[in-house]
Each structure stands twice: as C-alpha cells, then as structure tokens.
Ligand binder design. Structure first.
Ligand code: PMP
Length: 328
C-alpha cells in the first residue's frame, strides 16, 4: 500500500495536520492510504476546490470564508464530470468545519477538497465509478496588505474553451493549460501569465481571475470569456457595488486594454488581491499598488478577518459555532 501524504507538500512530516477527512470520516493523516494500482485514470477527471479560513487574533476565532459558495461550485464540477457524490454541499461544509476543529487550526488555513472517480481503471468510466472525496488542511501565509506586486505577461498559450476542457469545471486536467502558461512565464522572467481565449480576448491568470481599472471603472472578463466562475470575483464585484461606489463592467476585454489600464489586479482564493505592476513590460499606473486596488484589498482583508461586520453570511465562525452548539 502506498501512503498518501506522509508529508504535507511544503512542510516536514512533523508539521502535517493530525487528520484529514476521507469519505465521511476523520482519518489520521498517516493512515489515509490508497492502493498504488488506483493511480492514473482515476484522477484524470478529479475536481477540487481551494478554500480559505482566516484567523482573527483579536477574536480568537477562525473564519471559514465563503464555504457554501465553494462547495456549491464543487458540486457543479462533480456534476459536470458525471460523478455521484454521497455527500451534499452542506455536509461537506460541516465536514470541513469539523476537520478544522479536529486539527485545532488557529492560523490562516487552506481547506482543500478533492473528488475523484475512485474505482476507475480507464478513461471511459461513468456514474458507476465510486466518487471518493478527501479534504485536507494546510497553513498558508496571506499576501493581503504585504504590498507585493507581480509582473505579468500575455501567454503564448491559449486558454482552454468551454467546448474543449471547460474552464467552468475546476478539474485537475484543466491545470495542465495553466501549468504550461505558468512555466513559460516564469522561465521568461515574469511572475504570472495572463491567458487569452481563442478569439484573442483576455480571460484570466493560471489560478486567478483578473480585473482592470480604466477611468474609475472596474472591468473583468465576462463569465463566458473562458474563466472559472470565481467566487472572489463575485465578492469584488459586490464590494465595488455595495461599499465602494465603483462602477463595474463584465465584458470582453482586449489584450491592448491591459497595456493602457490604470490598474490591474488578480483575484482568487490563492491570489487574494494581487496587484499587477506591469504587463509585457508596459508599466501599470505607477508600478505599485493602485488606489482602487488598495481600497479593495483593505476591504477584502477586513471582511475576511471579521474586522468589518458586514458580509457575515460569507464568514463561518469555526469555533464559536461549535461552542454555541456544545452549550445547547
Ligand atoms: N481561475 C482559476 C483558473 C483558478 O484556479 C482560480 C482559483 N480557484 C480562480 C480563477 C479564482 O477563483 P476563486 O476566486 O473562486 O478562488
């Protein structure tokens, strides 16, 4: 038997969390095993999510961020891959909260669910293959408020399209497209690529959506441009509309608009709000964090950590909920 995850990516084995969640149970990290013969086709259609929980030092609370939205998209991805999961999105939200508590996570933490055709031995498997689900946790370091900016390029690789490998499905296979673009960009000395679709319009980064700011309007490629239906993108649009009084547009974006934009930023669960300093050596604004980008980043940071009382429907207090339930 091969052991998955004796060590956590990026961390020594001693720092691995105590448990992961596997098919309905909390399993000690080192005992979560699958047979080596299961590798290969079973993961070809695997779908996943990247979800974050933010620690509030002031409140001694961990806030699960947009858990319900992520697990709804996870369910959509599984449906599009013709998986039949045994768990509802609500059950997986609860399982994630249980896992965070079991691992006593008291720092910024990634929650990573993965679903795969657990019994598949070739690519033509359908609903008859069991859907395995694993959820893991890992610490992360937030870039919010760090002042970090990235240098981007337009990739020579075209973003996959809805009728090829749909970007709407958050499946592992789509990330081959992202990976080729990211490898090329970093080998060429950039931090991040921006991919165009087959019509030459701007889509997104390899693992994040994108906003440009022109004349005070926050513009993002439409959901039919060839992008993942990003949950952070929705939050940013709502913040602009509800809190910041900033007009927004969801529309087709031309490549050359990147070169004359006043501000550009990536957004996503991993990217959070990441300002772009230059695209293809065209400097964006002053090359630092643009004024609107800075406002969005600060608001996002306040909301995810619960310093801003609004948007409580997107925050799930992990420990308070459990304490309140235990007191009943
Ligand atoms: N596009 C891609 C390809 C991604 O991998 C991600 C990260 N999940 C995003 C966009 C941003 O999506 P979200 O805001 O839901 O994390």
């Amino acid at each position: 038997m091969a052991t998955i995850g004796d060590s956590m990516p990026g961390a020594p084995a001693s720092e691995a969390p105590k448990y992961l969640w596997m098919d309905g149970e909390l399993v000690p990290w080192g005992q979560a095993t699958i047979h080596a013969s299961r590798l290969g086709w079973s993961t070809m259609g695997a779908v996943f999510e990247g979800i974050k929980a933010y620690w509030s030092e002031a409140e001694g609370e961990l806030y699960g961020w947009q858990f319900a939205e992520h697990y709804r998209r996870f369910a959509d991805s599984m449906r599009l891959q013709r998986m039949r999961p045994a768990f509802t999105p609500e059950q997986l939200v609860a399982a994630s909260a249980d896992l965070l508590r079991a691992n006593d996570c008291r720092e910024d933490t990634y929650v990573r669910p993965l679903a795969w055709h657990a019994d598949a031995t070739w690519f033509g498997h359908l609903e008859d293959s069991r859907t395995g689900i694993v959820i893991t946790t890992a610490p992360f370091t937030s870039v919010l408020g760090s002042g970090k900016v990235v240098r981007a390029c337009v990739s020579s690789w075209t973003r996959v399209g809805d009728n090829q490998l749909s970007p709407r499905i958050k499946c592992i296979s789509n990330y081959q497209n992202s990976r080729m673009a990211l490898l090329e960009a970093t080998l060429d000395g950039y931090d991040q690529p921006i991919l165009l679709n087959s019509a030459g319009r701007v889509t997104e980064g390899p693992a994040s959506c994108l906003f440009i700011v022109r004349d005070g309007v926050a513009i993002t490629p439409s959901l039919t441009s060839g992008v993942l239906e990003s949950i952070t993108r929705t939050a940013v649009l709502r913040f602009c509309h509800d809190e910041l009084g900033v007009p927004t547009q969801e529309r087709e974006v031309d490549r050359t608009e990147l070169y004359i934009a006043d501000e550009i930023f990536f957004c996503g669960t991993g990217a959070e709000i990441t300002p772009v300093a230059a695209v293809d050596h065209y400097r964006v604004g002053t090359g630092g964090v643009g004024p609107l980008t800075g406002r969005i980043e600060r608001l996002f940071h306040d909301v995810v950590r619960g310093r801003h009382a609004g948007y409580a429907f997107w925050r799930r207090p992990i420990y308070t909920t459990a304490r309140a339930r235990a007191a009943l």
